[in-house]
Design a protein around this ligand. Structure first.
Ligand SMILES: Nc1nc2c(ncn2[C@@H]2O[C@H](COP(=O)(O)OP(=O)(O)OP(=O)(O)O)[C@@H](O)[C@H]2O)c(=O)[nH]1
Ligand SMILES: [Mg+2]
Length: 423
């Protein structure tokens, strides 16, 4: 779905209860600009409900038409997902290319997808969106063939051609589903292995462009020093479309895995969420979430709500969470600063990272308890395992063996039960 058109008018209906409407329209503009579409203006309308046949009210349709003619636009972008018949009606009456927020987001994802899995996920979502709209999307489909002209190039396409397209799309959808199921199984296995390794998993989540990848890189630089493992960060929407996992070590032999993944946006298309489920689900096995928030954005509370709702949608629930209020340098708020569950930082200039790391330690390793073990001298293997893997605070040599004071979590304590002499 390559959009070759350059100048767009945005159209949005404000339903009575929507206090975030203005921000949504601004975000729609950002989304359009993310694929190099210039926005020449917008038309909005207050309605109790979106109109079932034309999305906007009838009279508004001609106002939109006048407006795009005046501004020489050649594309209209609607702020909500349009039904197949709405697209059909609007294209017929406006005689111009019509797309909706969903197509726009799908298009951004399609351009950004790099890994094989991400590409399959985007393609699946696009086909599922397209299938019921084959007729209405004549114009958009003809665009895939390279044409840019408005409206009705495929008007002559007969029923048979349509039926053929439909069958091809259905076949492709089931093929992609099957392939993605395999990928998902593999991911499940990897997740289980990670779980078994006993290393806690900390997952970074949040709205798109909040600074998730920048935070991951900052933590990597601070704790790992291996520049080659940095992830991609960029001032654009949906820079990241897959999941990266990195292992981080704290000074006292404690380790955790850190994951960075796709960001969220309001009205993330349903098919997209479903198609990206296995990527988004990555956070499900986490022991701790870092919810990264761009606190310099006046709408940051709303962005947090959207993130929380999307997480619930994909079944990420009841996981301890630290709110990481990022970009504090732009927000004019005091930082670095932390409370029991929140920390104010700037991932960009690195301030507040110590506070964040302390908080992570507290949350992830709070079940760690210091105990004393007496290890017989013929069990050098245990002594060296603990020296390698655990936080050994003291080592003394007694007559019966090595007396070690060690900080360990529950699963390790069970493993070494026979040597424990006191907690
Ligand atoms: N001023 C300032 N800019 C920041 C900070 N953290 C990140 N940024 C900038 O915000 C932009 C987005 O950063 P990313 O880390 O790519 O954001 P993300 O959350 O990974 O975004 P997606 O992968 O697109 O969902 C980049 O231009 C960063 O340089 C910060 O603390 N302060
Ligand atoms: Mg990112």
């Amino acid at each position: 779905m390559d959009i070759l058109v350059e100048y767009a008018v945005l159209v949005g209906v404000q339903e009575q209860t929507n206090e975030h409407f203005e921000y949504e329209m601004e975000e729609l503009k950002n989304l359009a600009e993310a694929i190099d579409v210039h926005v020449v203006g917008s038309v909005t309308q207050n309605l109790e409900r979106r109109h079932p046949t034309h999305y906007v009210g009838k009279g508004k349709v001609s106002e939109i038409k006048r407006f795009y003619e005046e501004t020489d636009a050649n594309l209209i972008i609607f702020n909500d997902e349009l039904s197949p018949s709405q697209i059909r009606n609007l294209e017929r009456e406006l005689e111009v290319k019509v797309i909706d927020r969903t197509m726009l987001i799908l298009d951004i994802f399609a351009r950004r997808a790099r890994t094989h899995e991400a590409r399959m996920q985007v393609e699946l979502a696009q086909l599922q969106y397209t299938l019921p709209r084959l007729v209405g999307l004549r114009a958009s489909l003809s665009r895939q063939g390279g044409g840019t002209g408005g409206g009705f190039q495929n008007k002559g396409a007969g029923e048979t051609k349509l039926e053929l397209d439909r069958r091809k799309i259905e076949d492709q959808i089931s093929k992609l589903r099957k392939d993605l199921d395999h990928v998902r199984d593999r991911r499940d296995t990897q997740r289980k292995q990670r779980k078994r390794s006993g290393i806690p998993v900390v997952s970074i989540v949040g709205y798109t462009n909040a600074g998730k990848s920048t935070l991951m890189n900052a933590l990597l630089r601070k704790m790992d020093d291996v520049i080659s493992k940095q992830v991609y960060e960029e001032n654009m929407l949906f820079a990241t479309l897959d999941t990266s996992v990195r292992r981080l070590s704290l000074a006292d032999n404690k380790e955790f895995l850190l994951t960075d993944t796709v960001g969220f946006v309001s009205k993330l298309p349903h098919h997209l969420v479903k198609a990206f489920r296995s990527t988004l689900e990555e956070a499900r096995g986490a022991d701790l979430l870092l919810h990264v928030v761009d606190v310099s954005n006046p709408e940051y509370r709303y962005m947090m709500e959207v993130t929380n709702e999307t997480l619930q949608d994909v079944g990420v629930e009841n996981i301890p969470t630290i709110n990481v209020f990022n970009k504090s340098d732009l927000a004019g708020v005091p930082y670095p600063r932390d409370t029991a569950d929140s920390v104010w930082i700037s991932a960009k200039n690195g301030e507040g990272l110590d506070e964040l790391i302390d908080l992570i330690k507290k949350k992830v390793f709070e079940q760690y308890i210091t105990c004393k073990l007496l290890v017989p001298f013929d069990r050098g293997d245990v002594v060296s395992y603990l020296n390698d893997k655990a936080n050994v605070k003291k080592t003394e040599y007694e007559e019966e063996g090595t007396l070690m004071t060690v900080e360990m979590d529950g699963s390790e304590r069970v493993k070494f039960e026979e040597f424990i002499v006191s907690h």
